[in-house]
Design a protein around this ligand. Structure first.
Ligand SMILES: [Cu+2]
Length: 236
């Protein structure tokens, strides 16, 4: 099976064709070292409206890490690919505001893919985008309690594009924008799957806001059987 796949890939490459063979890249991101303790967001606790929405202390989410070092909120993407976005037809990323927090804290979309912001809270929020890449627009829109969803999209690739709320200065969400569909965000078990990657050799990069803001790279070769790419990031 493996030989057959490689033969097909070789034939496709020799013919100068884009290979129709594709596989999934799977892997796990592990954090090495003990991260600093997350801090309680006292501004939230002290806010008359937001504080009463929680019975447990609400803490920062800098390192969402499991007992075995499983690291969530890591964006894993192929590097050096552009102009391959299918974002216009992709399912929107839903970002909710609930309990005066953004969820998810870290997300990823393609260029042109809709980011739908909901307000599930009985309070006013405002959604303020703060891109750093030219061509991505800074927008600032109020969203009343029970207000209509707000939809955003961005045309340029950007890592960790910041969404914030000016009413509640602790509220942030970071959405990475890719110019292709080959990315994933690790879940609480630290794993990720990048689906349907055309066979070939790539550089794959893991980005974590604290542990790997500039990204950690490795080479990966994708065949019809897919590929595996694990990362170990260190506490910074
Ligand atoms: Cu808010």
């Amino acid at each position: 099976m493996k030989l057959n796949s490689l033969t097909i890939i070789a034939a496709a490459l020799a013919a100068g064709l884009t290979s129709a063979v594709a596989g999934n890249i799977t892997g796990k991101v592990t954090l090495k070292g003990t991260p600093p303790a997350e801090k309680e967001i006292t501004q939230l606790k002290d806010d008359a409206n937001c504080g009463k929405m929680h019975t447990e202390p609400v803490k920062t989410r800098f390192y969402v890490v499991g007992a075995g070092g499983e690291l969530a909120d890591t964006v894993v993407m192929l590097k050096g690919i552009s102009g391959k976005s299918t974002g216009a037809s992709a399912t929107p990323l839903i970002v909710d505001q609930k309990g005066c927090e953004y969820s998810p804290y870290v997300g990823a979309v393609q260029t042109g893919q809709s980011i739908v912001i909901k307000n599930s809270d009985p309070v006013l929020h405002n959604v303020h985008t703060q891109p750093t890449v030219a061509g991505n627009e800074e927008l600032n829109k109020a969203q009343m309690a029970g207000g209509a969803d707000l939809t955003f999209n961005f045309g340029k690739a950007e890592n960790f594009l910041k969404f914030k709320c000016d009413v509640h200065p602790w509220m942030f969400s970071y959405v990475t924008v890719c110019d292709h569909p080959y990315f994933a965000v690790t879940g609480k078990d630290g794993t990720f799957t990048i689906k349907d990657v055309p066979a070939g050799e790539y550089t794959i990069v893991a980005l974590h806001r604290k542990a790997a803001a500039a990204g950690m790279e490795q080479k990966v070769t994708v065949t019809a059987e897919g590929a595996k790419a694990d990362f170990t990031l260190e506490v910074k």
